[in-house]
Ligand binder design. Structure first.
Ligand code: AMP
Ligand code: GLY
Length: 417
């Protein structure tokens, strides 16, 4: 299979890492890719959220499958454009990708499909926001309606902070914010492959969204993750498929906008049961880094079967007994304005450590070929081991080998578990 992966983060490097080692893969391209994917695939420049450009590149490279990593190209209609030129694409069309692109749309679909989620008010004025905040009480949850790279959500006990965030979101033309009831309890991420009808769950993972140790500081795109979840109820995956993923996929099919690709279910296990916190229309970052590290089956085959509508007859994914932990190393300033151009050292040393591999995100090569920072989340260091303890130890040994001026990482990923 000739495969083109779209994107340039650690998630896409993780996907490419699995595909590169897959006997089903005969040629592998990443567009635009990063210095990490350049080592295992051929990088091609492309504007990832330009549907016509991606479709043209897929035709030029004569690929059998395009795998779209990030949300922005999906919301822009890249998957539609690729399918329109007759090439299989892993990822939903623009209409179905609204499940991630608009939190208000996701709430509407969940209501229609009877999927459990936080009560919410969609607000377009500050007066409505104030009313909703008072109706739900603290802690307050205020979300930008549109895409915000994991940084559009504020959870706070302070009413003025909640109002200020809503005001910032509403300052854009036509904007809306969603004010929600606060959901208590541990969060999990479950990725479900789907061809629009059949749902195939992958292994659940847990993400660490806050910047600082002990879940302190601002929300980020994600600072680390681990899988499996030894503490999760044995029926968790089954329950999420039955109560969340399958009804949502069925509802979108019923509307004539079937969702194919990856339905990311972000869930809270509250005292009152399972609740959806968010849907994403793509693999999560950094959870993908740990989920794929544990996958034994052919990723190429699973993605192709999803894209080709053949999941009903595909064999169930098989998993390693191993555990995986990933720790994100972010640049100075993240998640605010980040500093670029800091020299990164020690990546090769980290990769020498048994059970460790390093995935690139915000990295670049300078004029002399030196690896430097070029984005918020710079690297994902993945450790795999016989237990979570061993995987965690490996991941942090890897992080310890790497040095970036001003680099930030959490020291407590998978510590409690
Ligand atoms: P989202 O972008 O919707 O995933 O939100 C990002 C993060 O904010 C989530 O992973 C949660 O940690 C937190 N969050 C979002 N919604 C809620 C909620 N209703 N109650 C508590 N925390 C939330
Ligand atoms: N790790 C959260 C996300 O991918 O949205």
């Amino acid at each position: 299979m000739r495969i083109l992966v779209i994107g340039n983060g650690a998630r896409e490097h993780a996907i490419a890492h699995s595909l590169a080692r897959d006997v089903q893969t005969t040629a592998l391209f990443v567009a635009p890719g990063n210095p990490g994917t350049a080592q295992i695939a051929e990088n091609r420049p492309v504007r990832a959220d330009d549907p016509a450009a991606v479709a043209a590149l897929a035709l030029e490279l004569e690929v059998d499958l395009v795998v779209v990593g990030p949300e922005a190209p999906l919301v822009a209609g890249v998957a539609d454009a690729v399918r329109d030129v007759g090439i299989a694409c892993f990822g939903p069309g623009a209409e179905a990708a609204r499940l991630e692109g608009s939190k208000a749309f996701a709430k509407e679909v969940m209501a229609a499909a009877d999927v459990p989620t936080a009560m919410a008010h969609v607000c377009t004025t500050l007066e409505e926001v104030a009313e909703a905040l008072d109706a739900f009480g603290a802690p307050h949850v205020v979300k930008d309606d549109g895409l915000a790279a994991g940084k559009g959500v504020v959870v706070t006990d302070d009413r003025d902070t909640a109002l200020a965030h809503a005001e910032r979101c509403l300052s854009r033309e036509g904007a809306a914010v969603v004010v929600e009831e606060f959901l208590d309890g541990p969060e999990i991420s479950l990725f479900c492959l789907t061809d629009g009808a059949t749902v195939v769950p992958l292994a659940p993972a847990q993400d660490f969204k806050r910047l600082g140790d002990g879940d302190s500081g601002p929300n980020t795109g994600g600072m680390g993750a681990y899988s499996p979840l030894p503490w999760a109820p044995a029926t968790l995956v089954e329950e999420v498929v039955a109560r969340v993923a399958q009804p949502t996929i069925d509802e979108l099919a019923r509307r004539g906008t079937p969702f194919t690709g990856l339905l990311y279910c972000g869930l809270a296990l509250t005292g009152r049961g399972l609740r959806v916190i968010e849907f994403n229309a793509r693999f999560g970052d950094p959870e993908t880094q740990v989920v794929l590290a544990r996958l034994r089956s052919s990723l190429a085959q699973l993605l192709f079967d999803s894209a080709a509508g053949r999941l009903a007859t595909a064999p169930a994914p098989r998993w390693r007994d191993d555990a995986a932990v990933t720790v994100v190393v972010a640049a100075a300033g993240y998640p605010g304005a980040v500093r670029s151009g800091d020299v990164i050292t020690g990546v090769d040393d980290a990769e020498e450590i048994p059970g460790v591999h390093v995935l690139h995100a915000g990295t670049a090569r300078d004029a002399d070929g030196v690896l430097v920072t070029a984005g918020g989340r710079v690297l994902s260091v993945v450790g795999v081991g016989a237990s979570l303890k061993a995987a965690r130890k490996a991941a942090y040994k890897g992080v310890g080998a790497i040095s970036i001026d001003g680099g930030q990482f959490r020291t407590d990923i998978a510590a409690k578990v």
